[in-house]
Design a protein around this ligand. Sequence first.
Ligand code: PRP
Length: 175
Amino acid sequence: MPATLEVMIAAEEIQRRVREMGREIDADYPEGPIYLLSILKGSFMFLADLARAIERHSVRIEFMGISSYGRDKTSSGQVRVTKDLDVSLEGHHVLIVEDIVDSGVTLTYLTRVLEQRKPASLRIATLLDKPERRISPVQITYTGFQIPDRFVVGYGLDYAEDYRNLPSICVLTGE
Ligand code: PRP
């Protein structure tokens, strides 16, 4: 069966929501820099837009690599750090930026690791949340969209490394 893509969240809708999230973050945080901690690779596009939507704080950009899926569509449940930070987070306001929270396994692991580094605060911003899939509870402060349990690609999200460049979130079927 050939792969088909169906738009679930159009690019304009994403842009609108991300601008709102930026305003919310600006309103919530005290003065001083916010460390946006982007989890590679899927969050790169959301990070770029969210960073520009935060207009009233200085922002620092950091990247971490965490892998939990391999090349399959479903989680292997195995989490590993593929790229760690080379700066200290101690005393800083850290906002984890994710493209999607699915089982919650990745973020449960990551928040445990990061809490040990003594940030002043640690919160999560995710573009997408699939609450039906949760097996490990995570507290998310900023959610772009809650979505049903469909396999989605685009706006940073991939299937076997393809489709990350699509400007919309699309449902992928037939792969
Ligand atoms: C995705 C996503 C999250 C994780 C969420 O990353 O970016 O990090 O899965 O899944 P979970 O809630 O079930 O743990 P993925 O491992 O696909 O890597 P990628 O971002 O490099 O594509």
